[in-house]
Unconditional design. Structure first.
Lengths: 226, 226
DNA sequence: CGCCTTCTTGAAGGATCTCAAGAAGGGTGG
DNA sequence: CCACCCTTCTTGAGATCCTTCAAGAAGGCG
Protein backbone atom coordinates (compact mmCIF):
# COMPACT_ATOMS: atom_id res chain seq x y z
CA UNK A 1 0.00 0.00 0.00
CA UNK A 2 1.08 3.49 -0.78
CA UNK A 3 0.24 6.83 0.61
CA UNK A 4 -0.24 9.23 -2.23
CA UNK A 5 -1.00 12.91 -2.12
CA UNK A 6 -3.40 14.35 -4.59
CA UNK A 7 -6.52 16.31 -5.19
CA UNK A 8 -9.85 14.59 -4.65
CA UNK A 9 -12.94 15.42 -6.69
CA UNK A 10 -16.50 14.31 -7.01
CA UNK A 11 -17.63 13.50 -10.55
CA UNK A 12 -21.23 13.48 -11.72
CA UNK A 13 -22.67 10.62 -13.75
CA UNK A 14 -21.92 10.71 -17.46
CA UNK A 15 -19.36 13.44 -17.09
CA UNK A 16 -16.03 13.19 -18.87
CA UNK A 17 -13.23 14.17 -16.52
CA UNK A 18 -10.45 13.35 -18.96
CA UNK A 19 -11.12 14.15 -22.60
CA UNK A 20 -9.66 12.87 -25.83
CA UNK A 21 -6.57 14.90 -26.62
CA UNK A 22 -6.05 16.30 -23.13
CA UNK A 23 -2.49 16.61 -22.00
CA UNK A 24 -2.63 15.27 -18.48
CA UNK A 25 -0.23 15.73 -15.56
CA UNK A 26 -2.09 13.42 -13.20
CA UNK A 27 -3.28 9.87 -13.02
CA UNK A 28 -6.74 9.27 -11.62
CA UNK A 29 -7.21 6.92 -8.71
CA UNK A 30 -10.81 5.80 -8.37
CA UNK A 31 -11.99 6.13 -4.77
CA UNK A 32 -15.65 5.32 -5.32
CA UNK A 33 -17.99 4.71 -8.21
CA UNK A 34 -17.45 3.19 -11.64
CA UNK A 35 -15.50 4.78 -14.45
CA UNK A 36 -15.30 3.93 -18.14
CA UNK A 37 -12.36 4.41 -20.44
CA UNK A 38 -13.54 5.35 -23.92
CA UNK A 39 -11.92 5.15 -27.29
CA UNK A 40 -13.70 6.19 -30.42
CA UNK A 41 -13.53 5.90 -34.18
CA UNK A 42 -13.58 8.80 -36.62
CA UNK A 43 -17.37 8.82 -36.85
CA UNK A 44 -17.45 9.48 -33.14
CA UNK A 45 -18.83 6.05 -32.27
CA UNK A 46 -17.64 5.44 -28.76
CA UNK A 47 -16.43 2.17 -27.39
CA UNK A 48 -15.65 1.50 -23.75
CA UNK A 49 -12.28 -0.24 -23.62
CA UNK A 50 -11.99 -0.65 -19.86
CA UNK A 51 -14.17 -0.40 -16.80
CA UNK A 52 -12.48 0.87 -13.67
CA UNK A 53 -13.50 0.06 -10.12
CA UNK A 54 -12.55 1.60 -6.78
CA UNK A 55 -8.86 1.08 -6.10
CA UNK A 56 -7.90 1.21 -9.78
CA UNK A 57 -5.57 3.74 -11.28
CA UNK A 58 -7.69 4.48 -14.33
CA UNK A 59 -4.97 6.06 -16.42
CA UNK A 60 -1.74 4.95 -14.88
CA UNK A 61 -0.39 4.67 -18.41
CA UNK A 62 -0.64 8.43 -18.78
CA UNK A 63 2.59 8.62 -16.77
CA UNK A 64 4.44 7.36 -19.83
CA UNK A 65 2.03 8.82 -22.41
CA UNK A 66 0.57 12.13 -21.24
CA UNK A 67 -1.37 12.84 -24.44
CA UNK A 68 -4.69 11.18 -23.82
CA UNK A 69 -5.88 9.08 -26.76
CA UNK A 70 -8.81 8.07 -24.58
CA UNK A 71 -11.49 9.67 -22.47
CA UNK A 72 -12.51 8.89 -18.90
CA UNK A 73 -16.16 9.15 -17.97
CA UNK A 74 -18.00 8.46 -14.75
CA UNK A 75 -20.50 5.64 -15.36
CA UNK A 76 -21.98 6.29 -11.93
CA UNK A 77 -21.33 9.14 -9.53
CA UNK A 78 -17.67 8.79 -8.67
CA UNK A 79 -14.95 10.19 -6.48
CA UNK A 80 -11.45 10.31 -7.81
CA UNK A 81 -8.07 11.40 -6.58
CA UNK A 82 -5.76 13.07 -9.06
CA UNK A 83 -2.21 11.97 -8.32
CA UNK A 84 0.57 14.01 -9.97
CA UNK A 85 2.78 12.09 -12.35
CA UNK A 86 5.78 13.64 -10.62
CA UNK A 87 4.83 11.88 -7.38
CA UNK A 88 4.45 8.55 -9.12
CA UNK A 89 7.75 8.91 -10.93
CA UNK A 90 9.54 9.93 -7.76
CA UNK A 91 8.16 6.97 -5.84
CA UNK A 92 8.99 4.58 -8.67
CA UNK A 93 12.55 5.92 -8.76
CA UNK A 94 12.89 5.34 -5.04
CA UNK A 95 11.46 1.84 -4.89
CA UNK A 96 12.29 -0.55 -7.74
CA UNK A 97 9.67 -2.99 -6.50
CA UNK A 98 7.09 -0.27 -7.00
CA UNK A 99 8.38 0.45 -10.48
CA UNK A 100 7.86 -3.19 -11.32
CA UNK A 101 4.40 -3.17 -9.76
CA UNK A 102 3.45 -0.22 -11.96
CA UNK A 103 4.73 -2.02 -15.00
CA UNK A 104 2.82 -5.13 -13.95
CA UNK A 105 -0.34 -3.13 -13.53
CA UNK A 106 -0.04 -1.86 -17.09
CA UNK A 107 0.55 -5.44 -18.21
CA UNK A 108 -2.64 -6.64 -16.50
CA UNK A 109 -4.43 -3.81 -18.26
CA UNK A 110 -3.07 -5.12 -21.56
CA UNK A 111 -4.03 -8.71 -20.72
CA UNK A 112 -7.54 -7.54 -19.92
CA UNK A 113 -7.72 -5.67 -23.21
CA UNK A 114 -6.62 -8.80 -25.05
CA UNK A 115 -9.51 -10.61 -23.39
CA UNK A 116 -11.85 -7.86 -24.55
CA UNK A 117 -10.65 -8.34 -28.12
CA UNK A 118 -11.53 -12.03 -27.84
CA UNK A 119 -14.80 -11.14 -26.15
CA UNK A 120 -15.95 -8.72 -28.79
CA UNK A 121 -14.46 -10.72 -31.64
CA UNK A 122 -15.32 -14.32 -30.88
CA UNK A 123 -18.24 -14.54 -28.49
CA UNK A 124 -21.94 -14.10 -29.15
CA UNK A 125 -24.02 -11.62 -27.20
CA UNK A 126 -24.89 -13.98 -24.34
CA UNK A 127 -21.33 -15.07 -23.67
CA UNK A 128 -20.02 -11.59 -24.24
CA UNK A 129 -22.22 -9.99 -21.61
CA UNK A 130 -21.71 -12.85 -19.18
CA UNK A 131 -17.94 -12.64 -19.59
CA UNK A 132 -17.88 -8.94 -18.83
CA UNK A 133 -20.02 -9.41 -15.73
CA UNK A 134 -17.73 -12.23 -14.61
CA UNK A 135 -14.72 -9.99 -14.99
CA UNK A 136 -16.32 -7.29 -12.87
CA UNK A 137 -17.51 -9.69 -10.19
CA UNK A 138 -14.04 -11.20 -9.95
CA UNK A 139 -12.28 -7.86 -9.78
CA UNK A 140 -14.69 -6.75 -7.08
CA UNK A 141 -13.64 -9.82 -5.12
CA UNK A 142 -17.18 -11.12 -5.04
CA UNK A 143 -16.59 -14.36 -6.89
CA UNK A 144 -14.45 -16.73 -4.90
CA UNK A 145 -15.75 -20.14 -5.73
CA UNK A 146 -19.04 -19.52 -4.01
CA UNK A 147 -22.24 -20.61 -5.63
CA UNK A 148 -24.11 -17.35 -5.29
CA UNK A 149 -22.77 -13.91 -6.08
CA UNK A 150 -24.28 -10.52 -5.33
CA UNK A 151 -22.77 -7.24 -6.40
CA UNK A 152 -23.58 -3.56 -6.69
CA UNK A 153 -23.34 -2.58 -10.31
CA UNK A 154 -24.85 0.87 -10.83
CA UNK A 155 -24.54 0.93 -14.62
CA UNK A 156 -27.27 0.87 -17.24
CA UNK A 157 -27.88 -1.22 -20.31
CA UNK A 158 -26.61 1.44 -22.70
CA UNK A 159 -23.27 1.52 -20.94
CA UNK A 160 -23.16 -2.25 -21.03
CA UNK A 161 -23.78 -1.99 -24.77
CA UNK A 162 -20.91 0.44 -25.18
CA UNK A 163 -18.58 -2.00 -23.44
CA UNK A 164 -19.68 -5.09 -25.34
CA UNK A 165 -20.00 -3.50 -28.79
CA UNK A 166 -23.68 -4.33 -29.00
CA UNK A 167 -26.75 -2.12 -29.34
CA UNK A 168 -28.73 -1.26 -26.21
CA UNK A 169 -31.72 -3.04 -27.73
CA UNK A 170 -29.83 -6.26 -28.16
CA UNK A 171 -28.30 -6.03 -24.70
CA UNK A 172 -31.81 -5.76 -23.36
CA UNK A 173 -33.05 -8.83 -25.19
CA UNK A 174 -29.96 -10.80 -24.22
CA UNK A 175 -30.33 -9.92 -20.54
CA UNK A 176 -33.92 -11.08 -20.74
CA UNK A 177 -32.75 -14.36 -22.14
CA UNK A 178 -30.15 -14.78 -19.38
CA UNK A 179 -32.81 -13.87 -16.82
CA UNK A 180 -35.36 -16.32 -18.13
CA UNK A 181 -32.73 -19.05 -17.95
CA UNK A 182 -32.29 -18.24 -14.27
CA UNK A 183 -28.70 -17.17 -14.80
CA UNK A 184 -29.02 -13.73 -13.27
CA UNK A 185 -31.33 -11.09 -11.88
CA UNK A 186 -30.52 -7.41 -11.91
CA UNK A 187 -32.61 -4.79 -10.17
CA UNK A 188 -31.87 -1.28 -9.02
CA UNK A 189 -28.19 -1.65 -9.71
CA UNK A 190 -27.84 -4.89 -7.78
CA UNK A 191 -26.76 -7.90 -9.80
CA UNK A 192 -27.48 -11.36 -8.46
CA UNK A 193 -25.91 -14.48 -9.93
CA UNK A 194 -27.42 -17.55 -8.28
CA UNK A 195 -25.03 -20.11 -9.75
CA UNK A 196 -21.55 -18.72 -10.30
CA UNK A 197 -20.09 -21.84 -11.85
CA UNK A 198 -22.83 -22.11 -14.44
CA UNK A 199 -22.68 -18.41 -15.19
CA UNK A 200 -18.90 -18.44 -15.62
CA UNK A 201 -19.27 -21.30 -18.05
CA UNK A 202 -21.86 -19.40 -20.10
CA UNK A 203 -19.43 -16.49 -20.12
CA UNK A 204 -16.54 -18.73 -21.10
CA UNK A 205 -14.66 -17.14 -18.24
CA UNK A 206 -11.24 -18.08 -16.89
CA UNK A 207 -9.98 -15.55 -14.31
CA UNK A 208 -6.32 -16.39 -14.78
CA UNK A 209 -5.44 -13.26 -16.72
CA UNK A 210 -6.51 -10.96 -13.91
CA UNK A 211 -3.77 -12.32 -11.65
CA UNK A 212 -6.00 -12.04 -8.62
CA UNK A 213 -3.91 -14.76 -7.03
CA UNK A 214 -0.82 -12.55 -7.09
CA UNK A 215 0.79 -12.20 -3.69
CA UNK A 216 -0.41 -9.01 -2.00
CA UNK A 217 3.04 -7.43 -1.84
CA UNK A 218 3.40 -7.78 -5.58
CA UNK A 219 0.05 -6.28 -6.44
CA UNK A 220 -0.69 -2.66 -6.68
CA UNK A 221 -2.87 -1.21 -3.96
CA UNK A 222 -3.47 2.42 -3.23
CA UNK A 223 -4.41 4.32 -0.16
CA UNK A 224 -5.39 7.93 0.02
CA UNK A 225 -3.07 10.42 1.68
CA UNK A 226 -4.59 11.85 4.82
CA UNK B 1 19.73 0.45 -28.50
CA UNK B 2 20.65 -2.47 -26.34
CA UNK B 3 22.90 -5.40 -26.75
CA UNK B 4 21.17 -8.45 -25.46
CA UNK B 5 22.44 -11.98 -25.21
CA UNK B 6 20.15 -14.84 -25.98
CA UNK B 7 19.49 -17.90 -28.01
CA UNK B 8 18.42 -17.50 -31.63
CA UNK B 9 16.10 -19.91 -33.37
CA UNK B 10 14.41 -20.36 -36.70
CA UNK B 11 10.67 -21.00 -36.57
CA UNK B 12 8.64 -22.63 -39.32
CA UNK B 13 5.40 -21.15 -40.57
CA UNK B 14 2.35 -21.93 -38.47
CA UNK B 15 4.40 -23.30 -35.62
CA UNK B 16 3.63 -22.27 -32.04
CA UNK B 17 6.83 -21.47 -30.20
CA UNK B 18 5.13 -20.35 -27.02
CA UNK B 19 2.02 -22.26 -26.02
CA UNK B 20 -0.91 -21.41 -23.82
CA UNK B 21 -0.03 -22.26 -20.24
CA UNK B 22 3.74 -22.38 -20.76
CA UNK B 23 5.82 -21.01 -17.94
CA UNK B 24 8.40 -18.96 -19.77
CA UNK B 25 11.80 -17.68 -18.64
CA UNK B 26 12.52 -15.73 -21.80
CA UNK B 27 11.03 -12.97 -23.85
CA UNK B 28 11.11 -13.38 -27.60
CA UNK B 29 12.67 -10.72 -29.75
CA UNK B 30 11.58 -11.00 -33.38
CA UNK B 31 14.57 -10.80 -35.71
CA UNK B 32 12.79 -11.60 -38.96
CA UNK B 33 9.35 -12.70 -40.07
CA UNK B 34 5.90 -12.04 -38.69
CA UNK B 35 4.54 -13.43 -35.46
CA UNK B 36 0.99 -13.57 -34.10
CA UNK B 37 -0.07 -13.50 -30.48
CA UNK B 38 -3.12 -15.70 -29.97
CA UNK B 39 -5.73 -15.79 -27.28
CA UNK B 40 -8.61 -18.22 -27.37
CA UNK B 41 -11.98 -18.88 -25.86
CA UNK B 42 -13.06 -22.10 -24.22
CA UNK B 43 -14.29 -23.60 -27.49
CA UNK B 44 -10.78 -23.25 -28.81
CA UNK B 45 -11.68 -20.49 -31.25
CA UNK B 46 -8.47 -18.59 -31.73
CA UNK B 47 -8.16 -14.86 -32.03
CA UNK B 48 -4.97 -13.02 -32.91
CA UNK B 49 -4.59 -10.18 -30.42
CA UNK B 50 -1.34 -8.72 -31.71
CA UNK B 51 0.87 -8.96 -34.75
CA UNK B 52 4.58 -8.63 -34.11
CA UNK B 53 7.14 -7.38 -36.59
CA UNK B 54 10.95 -7.52 -36.63
CA UNK B 55 12.35 -5.49 -33.73
CA UNK B 56 9.39 -6.19 -31.45
CA UNK B 57 9.64 -7.96 -28.15
CA UNK B 58 6.65 -10.19 -28.67
CA UNK B 59 6.11 -11.12 -25.05
CA UNK B 60 7.95 -8.52 -23.07
CA UNK B 61 5.09 -8.67 -20.60
CA UNK B 62 6.10 -12.23 -19.67
CA UNK B 63 8.83 -10.64 -17.54
CA UNK B 64 6.15 -9.63 -15.06
CA UNK B 65 3.76 -12.53 -15.83
CA UNK B 66 5.63 -15.70 -16.70
CA UNK B 67 2.53 -17.90 -17.00
CA UNK B 68 1.55 -17.50 -20.62
CA UNK B 69 -2.15 -16.86 -21.11
CA UNK B 70 -1.41 -16.50 -24.80
CA UNK B 71 0.36 -18.39 -27.57
CA UNK B 72 2.94 -17.14 -30.04
CA UNK B 73 2.88 -18.49 -33.56
CA UNK B 74 4.98 -17.75 -36.62
CA UNK B 75 2.70 -16.33 -39.32
CA UNK B 76 5.56 -16.58 -41.78
CA UNK B 77 8.93 -18.23 -41.38
CA UNK B 78 10.58 -16.32 -38.55
CA UNK B 79 13.78 -15.97 -36.63
CA UNK B 80 13.58 -15.10 -32.97
CA UNK B 81 16.00 -14.48 -30.15
CA UNK B 82 15.06 -15.74 -26.73
CA UNK B 83 16.27 -13.23 -24.15
CA UNK B 84 16.34 -14.43 -20.52
CA UNK B 85 14.11 -12.50 -18.15
CA UNK B 86 17.02 -12.30 -15.75
CA UNK B 87 18.98 -10.23 -18.28
CA UNK B 88 16.09 -7.88 -18.83
CA UNK B 89 15.51 -7.42 -15.13
CA UNK B 90 19.18 -6.82 -14.49
CA UNK B 91 19.41 -4.21 -17.23
CA UNK B 92 16.23 -2.51 -16.03
CA UNK B 93 17.61 -2.36 -12.50
CA UNK B 94 20.77 -0.75 -13.76
CA UNK B 95 19.20 1.86 -16.00
CA UNK B 96 16.00 3.55 -14.78
CA UNK B 97 15.47 5.05 -18.23
CA UNK B 98 15.36 1.54 -19.63
CA UNK B 99 12.90 0.46 -16.95
CA UNK B 100 10.65 3.29 -18.05
CA UNK B 101 11.10 2.36 -21.70
CA UNK B 102 10.00 -1.19 -20.92
CA UNK B 103 6.98 0.10 -19.09
CA UNK B 104 6.22 2.41 -22.03
CA UNK B 105 6.48 -0.45 -24.46
CA UNK B 106 3.89 -2.40 -22.50
CA UNK B 107 1.72 0.71 -22.48
CA UNK B 108 1.91 1.01 -26.28
CA UNK B 109 0.94 -2.63 -26.46
CA UNK B 110 -2.10 -1.82 -24.32
CA UNK B 111 -2.97 1.23 -26.43
CA UNK B 112 -2.79 -0.91 -29.55
CA UNK B 113 -5.03 -3.52 -27.96
CA UNK B 114 -7.54 -0.80 -27.10
CA UNK B 115 -7.55 0.16 -30.78
CA UNK B 116 -8.16 -3.47 -31.68
CA UNK B 117 -11.18 -3.52 -29.38
CA UNK B 118 -12.54 -0.50 -31.23
CA UNK B 119 -11.62 -2.08 -34.54
CA UNK B 120 -13.37 -5.36 -33.90
CA UNK B 121 -16.24 -3.74 -32.02
CA UNK B 122 -17.14 -0.68 -34.02
CA UNK B 123 -15.89 -0.96 -37.59
CA UNK B 124 -17.32 -2.91 -40.48
CA UNK B 125 -15.23 -5.39 -42.42
CA UNK B 126 -13.81 -2.86 -44.90
CA UNK B 127 -12.65 -0.38 -42.30
CA UNK B 128 -11.50 -3.14 -40.01
CA UNK B 129 -9.17 -4.70 -42.54
CA UNK B 130 -7.93 -1.34 -43.77
CA UNK B 131 -7.21 -0.23 -40.22
CA UNK B 132 -5.13 -3.29 -39.48
CA UNK B 133 -3.15 -2.86 -42.69
CA UNK B 134 -2.59 0.80 -41.83
CA UNK B 135 -1.26 -0.16 -38.44
CA UNK B 136 1.20 -2.62 -39.95
CA UNK B 137 2.34 -0.21 -42.68
CA UNK B 138 2.93 2.47 -40.09
CA UNK B 139 4.82 0.22 -37.72
CA UNK B 140 6.97 -0.98 -40.59
CA UNK B 141 7.85 2.67 -41.21
CA UNK B 142 6.47 2.50 -44.72
CA UNK B 143 3.77 5.11 -44.35
CA UNK B 144 5.24 8.54 -43.85
CA UNK B 145 2.89 10.88 -45.57
CA UNK B 146 3.73 9.53 -49.00
CA UNK B 147 1.02 8.89 -51.48
CA UNK B 148 2.03 5.38 -52.41
CA UNK B 149 2.99 2.62 -50.01
CA UNK B 150 4.48 -0.78 -50.77
CA UNK B 151 5.19 -3.41 -48.15
CA UNK B 152 6.09 -7.06 -47.79
CA UNK B 153 3.33 -8.78 -45.93
CA UNK B 154 3.74 -12.54 -46.16
CA UNK B 155 0.49 -13.47 -44.44
CA UNK B 156 -2.62 -15.11 -45.86
CA UNK B 157 -6.28 -14.29 -45.77
CA UNK B 158 -7.05 -16.81 -43.03
CA UNK B 159 -4.56 -15.16 -40.72
CA UNK B 160 -6.01 -11.79 -41.57
CA UNK B 161 -9.39 -13.23 -40.63
CA UNK B 162 -8.06 -14.43 -37.29
CA UNK B 163 -6.81 -10.93 -36.53
CA UNK B 164 -9.95 -9.08 -37.59
CA UNK B 165 -12.49 -11.52 -36.13
CA UNK B 166 -13.99 -12.21 -39.54
CA UNK B 167 -14.26 -15.42 -41.54
CA UNK B 168 -11.74 -16.11 -44.29
CA UNK B 169 -14.59 -16.04 -46.81
CA UNK B 170 -15.66 -12.58 -45.79
CA UNK B 171 -12.09 -11.29 -45.71
CA UNK B 172 -11.75 -12.51 -49.27
CA UNK B 173 -14.87 -10.71 -50.46
CA UNK B 174 -13.90 -7.56 -48.61
CA UNK B 175 -10.42 -7.53 -50.14
CA UNK B 176 -12.01 -7.88 -53.55
CA UNK B 177 -14.15 -4.88 -52.82
CA UNK B 178 -11.15 -2.83 -51.69
CA UNK B 179 -9.29 -3.98 -54.78
CA UNK B 180 -12.05 -3.09 -57.17
CA UNK B 181 -12.19 0.37 -55.62
CA UNK B 182 -8.51 0.76 -56.44
CA UNK B 183 -7.58 1.02 -52.77
CA UNK B 184 -5.03 -1.76 -52.76
CA UNK B 185 -3.46 -4.61 -54.64
CA UNK B 186 -1.89 -7.58 -52.97
CA UNK B 187 0.07 -10.25 -54.80
CA UNK B 188 2.59 -12.80 -53.64
CA UNK B 189 2.87 -11.26 -50.20
CA UNK B 190 3.46 -7.75 -51.49
CA UNK B 191 0.84 -5.19 -50.55
CA UNK B 192 0.52 -2.06 -52.62
CA UNK B 193 -1.50 0.93 -51.46
CA UNK B 194 -1.61 3.53 -54.24
CA UNK B 195 -3.22 6.31 -52.22
CA UNK B 196 -2.23 6.23 -48.57
CA UNK B 197 -4.37 9.17 -47.51
CA UNK B 198 -7.52 7.71 -48.99
CA UNK B 199 -6.75 4.27 -47.61
CA UNK B 200 -6.11 5.61 -44.11
CA UNK B 201 -9.44 7.39 -44.25
CA UNK B 202 -11.25 4.20 -45.27
CA UNK B 203 -9.52 2.50 -42.33
CA UNK B 204 -10.44 5.32 -39.99
CA UNK B 205 -6.80 5.35 -39.00
CA UNK B 206 -5.03 7.82 -36.74
CA UNK B 207 -1.45 6.73 -35.95
CA UNK B 208 -1.20 8.73 -32.75
CA UNK B 209 -1.54 5.77 -30.41
CA UNK B 210 1.54 4.06 -31.82
CA UNK B 211 3.78 6.90 -30.60
CA UNK B 212 5.95 6.60 -33.68
CA UNK B 213 6.90 10.23 -33.14
CA UNK B 214 8.50 9.43 -29.81
CA UNK B 215 12.09 10.61 -29.59
CA UNK B 216 14.43 7.75 -30.47
CA UNK B 217 16.13 7.69 -27.08
CA UNK B 218 12.79 7.17 -25.38
CA UNK B 219 11.69 4.35 -27.62
CA UNK B 220 12.61 0.78 -27.25
CA UNK B 221 14.96 -0.62 -29.87
CA UNK B 222 16.81 -3.87 -29.70
CA UNK B 223 20.02 -5.08 -31.23
CA UNK B 224 21.29 -8.58 -31.21
CA UNK B 225 24.36 -9.48 -29.20
CA UNK B 226 27.25 -10.45 -31.41
C1' DC C 1 -48.44 14.53 -10.18
C1' DG C 2 -45.47 15.10 -13.93
C1' DC C 3 -41.16 14.60 -16.11
C1' DC C 4 -37.11 12.34 -17.66
C1' DT C 5 -34.37 8.42 -17.91
C1' DT C 6 -34.24 3.64 -18.65
C1' DC C 7 -36.26 -0.46 -20.02
C1' DT C 8 -39.08 -3.10 -23.22
C1' DT C 9 -41.34 -4.62 -27.54
C1' DG C 10 -42.21 -5.24 -32.70
C1' DA C 11 -40.97 -5.68 -37.36
C1' DA C 12 -38.04 -5.25 -41.22
C1' DG C 13 -33.40 -4.97 -43.10
C1' DG C 14 -28.53 -5.95 -43.52
C1' DA C 15 -23.82 -7.53 -42.55
C1' DT C 16 -21.59 -11.47 -41.84
C1' DC C 17 -21.50 -16.61 -41.32
C1' DT C 18 -21.86 -21.43 -42.79
C1' DC C 19 -21.44 -25.01 -45.86
C1' DA C 20 -19.87 -26.68 -50.03
C1' DA C 21 -17.23 -26.89 -54.01
C1' DG C 22 -14.46 -25.31 -57.76
C1' DA C 23 -10.26 -22.48 -59.64
C1' DA C 24 -5.75 -20.74 -59.27
C1' DG C 25 -1.03 -20.71 -57.75
C1' DG C 26 3.46 -22.49 -56.33
C1' DG C 27 6.42 -26.29 -55.34
C1' DT C 28 8.14 -31.02 -56.09
C1' DG C 29 9.29 -35.27 -58.23
C1' DG C 30 9.46 -37.94 -62.20
C1' DC D 1 9.24 -29.73 -68.70
C1' DC D 2 5.19 -31.75 -67.48
C1' DA D 3 2.08 -33.92 -64.02
C1' DC D 4 0.56 -33.85 -59.63
C1' DC D 5 -0.47 -32.12 -55.12
C1' DC D 6 -1.44 -29.11 -51.53
C1' DT D 7 -2.34 -24.69 -50.02
C1' DT D 8 -4.76 -20.56 -50.81
C1' DC D 9 -8.06 -17.99 -53.11
C1' DT D 10 -12.69 -17.53 -55.05
C1' DT D 11 -17.69 -18.12 -55.77
C1' DG D 12 -22.70 -19.26 -54.68
C1' DA D 13 -26.74 -19.62 -51.92
C1' DG D 14 -29.17 -19.90 -47.79
C1' DA D 15 -29.27 -19.06 -42.75
C1' DT D 16 -28.63 -16.18 -38.62
C1' DC D 17 -27.42 -12.90 -35.44
C1' DC D 18 -27.65 -8.41 -34.64
C1' DT D 19 -29.07 -3.69 -36.05
C1' DT D 20 -32.21 0.01 -37.07
C1' DC D 21 -36.14 2.64 -36.43
C1' DA D 22 -40.04 3.70 -33.91
C1' DA D 23 -42.92 3.85 -30.09
C1' DG D 24 -44.90 2.55 -25.78
C1' DA D 25 -44.34 1.07 -20.62
C1' DA D 26 -42.10 1.31 -16.35
C1' DG D 27 -39.44 3.37 -12.76
C1' DG D 28 -37.35 7.00 -9.96
C1' DC D 29 -37.22 11.78 -8.39
C1' DG D 30 -38.57 16.58 -7.52
Amino acid sequence: MLNLPGQASQIQVNRDFVRLGDRVQHSCLIIAGIVGRYDQNAEGKRQITAIHLPGDMADLHSVVQPNASWALQALSTATILRVPHSEIRAAAGMYPALAEALWRDTMIDAATLAQWVVNVGRRDARARIAHLLCELATRLGKAQGEHSVVLDLPINQSQLAEATALTPVHVNRTLQSLRSDGLLSWQRGVLHIPDWVRFASVGDFDPLYLQMDMKPEKRLGFAQAS
